[in-house]
Design a protein around this ligand. Structure first.
Ligand code: SAM
Length: 307
C-alpha cells in the first residue's frame, strides 16, 4: 500500500523495474486499443489493480493476460474498470461542501446574476455522478424564487470521465438507498424521487438532471480531443477531486495546467482533500481554504466567458 506522501507526489515514484516491462506492455496494448494512457499513473497502484484483474480471469502471467486481451476485446473495458477507482459520494467531504454552499456558490451566483448569464461548473473525473448532482443541488438551492429562470436554464454542471460504465450510471442518475445513507432526509425529499422499481432506486428529480450533462473525456489526452462542451469554454468552477492522486507528479502538472486553462479568472478550483496545488500554480491562485483544497484563480479583470 502506498503512503499518503507517495500518493501526493512528495516521494518520487520508484523508477521502472524489469517487472514493470510486462505491465507497460499491457498499458501499451490498452493505449493502442482504447486511446487511454495509464503509463504515467502511479505504477504501484496500477500494478496492484492489474494483478487483481489477472487473478479474476485466472491469468497466471502477463503473456496469458495479453493473449486474453487480443482474443477478447471486451476485456479492455473490464481492465479499465479495474484500473480506475470510482468511489464517490453525495456531498463528499463535509468541509468542502459546506464552503461550497456558504461561500463559493453564493459568490459565483451573484456574479452570474450581475452579468446576466448562467453559471458553468465542471466536475472532471466525475465517476458515477454524485459530485455533479451535488453541485447541481447546491446551485439550485442558491437560486432564489424570483431569479430569472433563463439564467438557471443557461447554467450547467458538466461531468466528464474516462469510464463509460461509470458515465452510464451517472446519466441514469438513479442510486440505491445505501448510497443516500449520509444524505439528509430533507435533501432526499426535495431532490430525489423513488423510481418504484424492484431495485428500489432513488432517482434525481428532473429539475436537477436538467442542469447536468455527462461526457466521455480523458484529462490525459491532447486538448484537441476535447468534447464540444469543453472546447473553448471557460468555467466558473472546476472540481477535480481524487483523480490527480492516482497520477505521477509530471502528469499531475500537465492535467492541472489544462484545468487551469478552462477556469475563468476569478473562478474557483477544488481539489480532493489529499491533493495539493503545486507550487508553480500558487502565484496565480489564492487559497480560500487550504484544508478543503478550495482555490480562487487571481484576476485583475472580471470573469470573461468569451470563447
Ligand atoms: C475516485 S473517483 C473520484 C470521483 C469524484 N470526483 C469524487 O471525488 O467523489 C476518480 C475518477 O477519475 C476518473 N479518471 C481517472 N483518470 C481519468 C482521466 N485521465 N480522465 C478523466 N477521468 C479520469 C476515474 O475513472 C474515476 O471515475
Amino acid at each position: 500500500m502506498e503512503s499518503m506522501a507517495e500518493m501526493q507526489g512528495a516521494t518520487p515514484p520508484a523508477s521502472p523495474t524489469q517487472d514493470d516491462a510486462g505491465l507497460m506492455r499491457v498499458l501499451e496494448a490498452l493505449r493502442a486499443a482504447r486511446g487511454l494512457d495509464f503509463r504515467q499513473y502511479r505504477l504501484t497502484t496500477i500494478r496492484r489493480r492489474l494483478e487483481r484483474r489477472m487473478a479474476a480471469v485466472r491469468a497466471s502471467d502477463i503473456e496469458e493476460y495479453l493473449r486474453l486481451l487480443s482474443t477478447r476485446p471486451a476485456e479492455f473495458d473490464d481492465l479499465i474498470d479495474y484500473l480506475t477507482l470510482k468511489v464517490s459520494a453525495f456531498f463528499r467531504d463535509d468541509r468542502t461542501f459546506d464552503l461550497l454552499a456558504r461561500t463559493v456558490m453564493p459568490d459565483l451566483w451573484a456574479l452570474a446574476l450581475r452579468q446576466r448569464r448562467g453559471l458553468l461548473s465542471w466536475s472532471a473525473g466525475c465517476a458515477t455522478g454524485e459530485e455533479v448532482y451535488s453541485l447541481a443541488m447546491l446551485l439550485l438551492s442558491q437560486v432564489s424564487q424570483d431569479a430569472d429562470p433563463s439564467l438557471t436554464a443557461a447554467s450547467l454542471v458538466l461531468g466528464t470521465d474516462i469510464d463509460e460504465r461509470a458515465l452510464a450510471t451517472a446519466r441514469l442518475g438513479a442510486y440505491p438507498q445505501a448510497r443516500l445513507q449520509d444524505v439528509s432526509r430533507e435533501i432526499v425529499e426535495r431532490w430525489f424521487e423513488s423510481d418504484d422499481s424492484a431495485e428500489g432506486l432513488w432517482r434525481m428529480r428532473q429539475q436537477v438532471r436538467a442542469l447536468t450533462s455527462f461526457r466521455s473525456h480523458d484529462l490525459v489526452a491532447e486538448p484537441e480531443a476535447e468534447p464540444a462542451d469543453l472546447c473553448g469554454r471557460l468555467f466558473d468552477l472546476v472540481v477535480c477531486r481524487n483523480v490527480l492522486i492516482y497520477m505521477q507528479r509530471p502528469l499531475q502538472l500537465v492535467v492541472l495546467s489544462r484545468l487551469d486553462k478552462r477556469l475563468a479568472p476569478g473562478g474557483y478550483m477544488v481539489l480532493g482533500e489529499a491533493e495539493t496545488l503545486p507550487e508553480s500554480f500558487r502565484s496565480s491562485y489564492d487559497a480560500i481554504d487550504r484544508r478543503a483544497r478550495i482555490f480562487r484563480k487571481r484576476t485583475a479583470v472580471g470573469l470573461d466567458h468569451a470563447t
